[in-house]
Design a protein around this ligand. Structure first.
Ligand SMILES: [Zn+2]
Length: 493
């Protein structure tokens, strides 16, 4: 029975029922990626005991006791993935759209114009997908504080672990500052940006440790070229007060890097360091336009984590400097950004596109290059991100840590070989989010046997689909689909 998903009670009676929330249980898995004496360790035919939301024990062999048990002998049990960069509500409105003309901004504006109820439906759909693929923690840069409030409502209801903040400046105000031709636009934006910082500070203070401690708001500045020293100082002060650090887009294009050089005389990373922006966690997404000679050492000294987002440009978008960053000894997490919510797919893309990029750049990159491995990607998704957040209680399967985990079928069709494989992480390179079977955060199952169990999955899909149809209809009316609204736009589902 390599693919059993059944649970059974102490006497071995098979059931398909979820463990009661808060009750102790044991998961018996074909492989467990555990954390043992400061290192990852693969345990074969192992079990994980969960009690009061935390991992109580991890051992090889069958469990000898009388707890409800969930047997997944064809699966690997992994720590819940941590995405260091997401914009949750923006995922589905841009998927399959950005691949056209390469921009997601029209969709972003339409999302921001939705009602709170519509935003919640969209957030729920996207967060359901993110959970479905095994990602249990998100550093969430919502495109506005309204969207951060929406994320918070859904995340608290479903027991998701998150570090939400509204992007500063928010959509749509950010667009004119970001696309400016004249820096007067930046200087004129300071008073409104300071008001946004204050509003985000208030959001952070109000919701810190919401959802029984799962929610820890974090400041999420848009980028280094949409801020001035004055707004940076205000964000530093707010970040220190909240104690959760900063989550930026950093050096995401040569335009950003050149602007910061022109205005402040140094690279974005060096500018952040000169402003003392590293007194807490620091996560930087994209970082495509680093100065490889100097920036990695500065960023490492700041304790920063580079968030590599393999599908940031949509499917087939430009590759990002994962091999360069690993080669330079940077701490690298894998982030979802937008478009794809499939964390497993993004792990694969990081490795596959990274290896291709490494080969192609071998003769021209001035610094060291690494050939990324799935072990690099999984470490980035778990322990590297947790360490960057200053936490040793998530991102690892070890006694005392929170029971944030997923199990992934690595033995069945297309991913496995009809038997438990000997090098299970390698089989993740053939998996995707639909291979994920069970997902739990702090011991609470959110996905069980491949279905969302914290809400009615069909209802989440129906409502999320209705909102995205509205977005498509508006994009169609703008001529984004050849001037013809997509078939079915405007119908109620
Ligand atoms: Zn982003």
């Amino acid at each position: 029975m390599p693919h059993s998903t059944q649970s059974c009670d102490a006497r071995g009676a098979m059931t398909r029922s979820l463990p009661t929330v808060g009750a102790a249980y044991v998961v018996e898995a074909g492989w467990v990626l555990s954390w043992d004496r400061g290192r990852p360790a693969l345990l074969r035919d192992a079990h994980v005991v969960v009690s009061q939301g935390r991992i109580a024990d991890v051992r090889a062999g069958a469990f000898d006791g009388d707890l409800p048990r969930i047997a997944v002998p064809g699966d690997i049990l992994l720590p819940g993935f941590i995405s260091g960069h997401t914009h949750v509500a923006s995922g589905t409105p841009t998927r399959g759209v950005i691949e056209g003309d390469g921009t997601s901004r029209p969709s972003a504006h339409l999302v921001e114009a939705l009602s709170d109820d519509e935003l919640d439906d969209l957030t729920a759909y996207n967060l359901a997908e993110i959970l479905r693929a095994g990602c249990t923690t998100q550093l969430e840069m919502s495109q506005s504080l309204r969207q951060a409030e929406s994320y918070l409502r859904v995340a608290v209801k479903w027991g998701v672990r998150g570090y939400p903040g509204g992007m500063i400046p928010a959509t749509p105000r950010v667009d004119t500052i970001w696309a400016r031709q004249d820096d007067a636009v930046l200087y004129d934006s300071v008073p409104a940006t300071l008001r946004e910082i204050e509003a985000n500070r208030q959001f952070g203070l109000r919701h810190m440790n919401a959802g029984d401690g799962l929610i820890k708001p974090m400041l999420a500045p848009h980028a280094t070229d949409t801020h001035t020293p004055e707004t940076m100082r205000a964000m530093k002060a707010a970040a220190l007060e909240l104690g959760t650090g900063l989550h930026f887009h950093i050096a995401q294009s040569t335009i950003e890097t050149e602007r910061v050089r022109r205005l402040w005389g140094m690279t974005p990373v060096a500018w952040l360091e000169s402003l003392g922006m590293a007194e807490g966690p620091l996560f930087g997404a994209h970082m495509s336009a680093l100065d490889w000679a100097s920036d990695p050492a500065i960023f490492n000294k700041m304790g920063g984590v580079y968030v590599h987002c393999p599908s940031a440009g949509g499917a087939g978008g430009a590759t990002q400097p994962y091999p360069e960053a690993l080669g330079a000894g940077m701490n690298v997490n894998i982030g979802l950004d937008t478009h794809s919510n499939d964390y497993v797919e993004n792990l694969k893309l990081a490795v596959i596109a990274g290896r291709a990029r490494s080969s192609l750049l071998a003769a021209s990159h001035p610094g060291p290059l690494a050939m990324p491995t799935i072990e690099d990607a999984v470490a980035g998704a778990t322990t590297v991100a947790a360490k960057g957040l200053g936490r040793d209680d998530i991102g690892r399967i070890a006694p005392g840590a929170w029971a944030d985990f997923s199990t992934i079928d690595i033995s069945g069709f297309l991913v496995g070989a009809g038997a438990l494989p000997p090098e299970p992480l390698h089989n993740l390179l053939y998996a995707n989010g639909l291979s994920v079977r069970h997902v739990a955060t702090a011991g609470r199952f959110q996905v069980f046997d491949g279905r969302l169990v914290v809400a009615d999955q069909d209802e989440v899909v129906r409502r999320g689909g209705a909102v995205v149809r509205k977005v498509w209809a508006a994009l169609g009316a703008q001529g984004r689909f050849g001037g013809v609204p997509p078939i079915g736009a405007g119908e109620t589902v």
